[in-house]
Structure formats: structure tokens, C-alpha cells
Design a protein around this ligand. Structure first.
Ligand code: ADP
Length: 262
């Protein structure tokens, strides 16, 4: 069981843009962590650093089991766009991320996995023959098919209509509850974050750091329409009106800082 520890002192791009400064948090094995912050805060930059797609930064990102440092865990990344290869069938898109061994001896055959996400009979179709929502289901399945221990999701349900996004969130919660990878889920929707996560990290504007680390103590699975989700949303917005703009009031900042350094 691997704990993720992030302690980024600075991430500066070649054009001198300082995207992240003093951003620190840990994520426990199997924890679902949402990351919420204003546009341009550095959320994608953070996921890229954690995935190891970008290694240029000051600080450390490490994976530990007890005192022992671990190699990079098996990681899946789901992006805003489904990113399926249009010249491959659904089945081939899924098998592409498997090892030859897994392909030859799958734990669950691909058509059965497709049935679990409501895509019975779609294995031989090409992405161009699927709706946007169906393509995201395939992308979601592809993220889980390697049984990741770390799943990075960068606004994966953005630009979908509300019912389709709802269905995908239900599927995501089902898949996560079955296999329990650690999830880092970037979103700018506070309701979506509350409906999914065990914990929400709120980021400041650029350069980003964590301004609030909030535990969401509601039973899973949840829906964005749940009264408990809406109540927490209202209460947070009442307490911190500028939270989604990446700001607490100065007195809230002081008490949050005092708590985090106590
Ligand atoms: P978010 O995902 O929160 O919208 P990003 O991580 O994409 O934010 O970007 C954070 C900041 O870093 C922005 O100011 C953006 O312009 C800048 N940035 C992102 N990628 C690059 C890059 N490759 N080169 C220079 N600046 C970048």
C-alpha cells in the first residue's frame, strides 16, 4: 500500500512562469482526492509532475510503504478528451495498454468489462461510431483495465451534458470501489468534487499551493443531486465566498496556516 507524498517547492517553466510554489500534501492508499482551483492555477502541471511526465521542479514527489521508498506505482491518466485511437476498434484500444501476457490471459474478457460500463456489443466498433459519452466510458475502462494503484484524472467529464456526466460519475465510483486505486481528480466543479471525493484540496491562484484541505465525510456512492452534497456546497460557499477563485479571507488564511503548522 503506497502513500503518495508531494512537496513541491517550486515549479518554474522555461518562460519564468512560476506555476507552483510550496505545494505539499500526502494521499493515502485508496484515497479519492479532488483538486479544485481556478483556471491557470497549476492543476494540470501538478498532475504531469506526479505522473512523471514532467520532471523539472524543485522539491520531491515520492511513493512510500512504511519507511521504504517505492518505485513509481502503476499509474493511469485520464484526460479531458477520450484520446482513443480512431483506426483501432474499442477492443483494440483497450488491449493496447495491456501487456502481451495480460492480453493472452485477461482476468476478465474485454466484452465482459464493456458490459460492466453499459457497452455490450461495442467491442468491434470504432471510436467514430460511438457517442461522446460512450467514448468516455471506453476511456474510463482503459484507465482501470491495467488495475492502477494511482489514477490521475484531469477534468475527465468536462464538456459533457449533465446526464452523461452523472452516468460516468456513477461508473467511476463503482470501478473505484471495486479496485480502490488512489485517485487524484482535477475539477473546477465544487459539486462534482463533493460528490466524488474523500478529501478536497483547494488550490490558490498561480503560483499554486494548497489553501484548504477538506475531508468530505459523506457515505459513498453519492450523486451531485444529493441533498447532503448540495448542503456542503452551500455551507462552503457561505464560509469561503472566494474559495473557487483561490482565496480565503486573510483571517481564514491565518487560522488555516496556524493549523497546518501546529
Ligand atoms: P490549470 O490546469 O490549473 O488550468 P496549468 O497547470 O495548465 O493550470 O497552468 C499553470 C500555469 O502554468 C499557467 O499560467 C500556464 O500558462 C503555465 N503553463 C502551463 N504549461 C506551460 C508551459 N509548457 N510553458 C510555460 N507555461 C506553462
Amino acid at each position: 500500500m503506497t502513500v503518495l507524498s508531494v512537496a513541491i517547492r517550486k515549479k518554474i517553466y522555461a518562460n519564468d512562469c512560476c506555476a507552483i510554489e510550496n505545494l505539499t500534501f500526502t494521499a493515502q492508499p485508496g484515497e479519492f482526492v479532488a483538486i479544485v482551483g481556478p483556471s491557470g492555477a497549476g492543476k494540470t502541471t501538478l498532475l504531469n509532475l506526479i505522473a512523471g511526465l514532467d520532471t523539472e521542479m524543485e522539491g520531491s514527489i515520492s511513493f512510500h510503504t512504511g519507511q521504504e521508498r517505492r518505485a513509481h506505482p502503476r499509474t493511469s491518466f485520464m484526460f479531458q478528451e477520450p484520446r482513443l485511437l480512431p483506426w483501432l476498434t474499442v477492443q483494440q484500444n483497450l488491449e493496447l495498454v495491456l501487456t502481451p501476457q495480460q492480453r493472452a490471459h485477461p482476468t476478465t474478457p474485454v466484452p465482459d468489462l464493456l458490459a460492466q460500463v453499459g457497452l455490450t456489443g461495442c467491442a468491434a466498433l470504432f471510436p467514430g461510431q460511438l457517442s461522446g459519452g460512450m467514448q468516455r466510458r471506453v476511456a474510463l475502462l482503459r484507465a482501470f483495465i491495467i488495475e492502477p494503484t494511482l489514477l490521475l484524472m484531469d477534468e475527465p467529464f468536462q464538456s459533457l451534458d449533465a446526464p452523461t456526466a452523472d452516468q460516468l460519475r456513477v461508473l467511476l465510483q463503482g470501478l473505484w470501489q471495486r479496485t480502490h486505486p488512489t485517485v487524484l481528480f482535477v475539477t473546477h466543479s465544487l459539486r462534482e468534487a463533493i460528490s466524488l471525493a474523500d478529501r478536497i484540496l483547494f488550490l490558490s491562484g498561480q503560483p499554486s499551493r494548497v489553501i484548504l484541505d477538506l475531508a468530505v465525510d459523506l457515505a459513498h456512492p453519492r450523486s451531485i443531486e444529493d441533498l447532503s452534497v448540495q448542503k456542503l456546497h452551500e455551507s462552503l460557499m457561505g464560509q469561503h465566498p472566494q474559495l473557487l477563485a483561490g482565496q480565503l479571507t486573510p483571517s481564514q488564511e491565518r487560522s488555516t496556516h496556524a493549523r497546518s503548522t501546529a
